[in-house]
Write a protein that binds this ligand. Structure first.
Ligand SMILES: [Zn+2]
Length: 167
């Protein structure tokens, strides 16, 4: 079993609950208050591999991220008056976010697994780069101006960030 038994979703670590049900399509995912439910159609019994399931989970999380993250960026852009040109939610192997000189912001879809505050911190971090492109003192002062507790989120990423990488 290469699949991990628990998964973070929006900051809550949930046990994976895999079961067979013919009520839905091939694979159906839903997040409950105490479990991350994955329902598999019985005809896939013995046919679906862990890798196949992992792919389904990844696709589902990525589509959630694409639904949630751009709306959050919009909220924060309005709060900070820092407006990016384009926002993309991408698969980034080693970064949580990035900001280009063209004022485009890229965010890692894995942030959908992190708590709201952590997702907010990465968004604010990248928005602040629109004003200060480096990590100078004035950059961190700007981040702290909008998020005085940002260090808590930074620490969370340091501690749990690796758990947001399924593979
Ligand atoms: Zn940065």
């Amino acid at each position: 079993m290469s699949l991990s038994e628990r998964i973070f979703y929006r900051g809550t670590l949930l046990p994976l609950n895999v079961f067979f049900s013919n009520r839905v399509g091939n694979v159906s995912i839903s997040v409950q208050s105490a479990s991350f439910d994955i329902s598999i159609h019985p005809y896939l019994k013995g046919k679906i591999t862990d890798e196949g399931l992992e792919k389904c989970i990844k696709q589902w999380l990525e589509s959630e991220a694409k639904r949630v993250i751009p709306a959050k960026v919009k909220e924060w852009a309005e709060k900070t008056s820092l407006f990016p040109y384009k926002v993309r939610v991408k698969d980034q192997r080693s970064r949580w976010g990035s900001c280009s000189s063209k004022r485009n912001i890229n965010l890692n879809w894995r942030l959908i697994m992190a708590p709201e505050t952590v997702m907010g911190y990465v968004i604010v971090h990248e928005l602040c780069h629109l004003q200060v492109p480096n990590h100078s003192k004035s950059f961190w002062a700007l981040v702290a101006h909008f998020l005085p507790d940002f260090q808590v989120s930074k620490n969370w990423l340091k501690k749990y960030g690796q758990m947001l990488f399924l593979t």
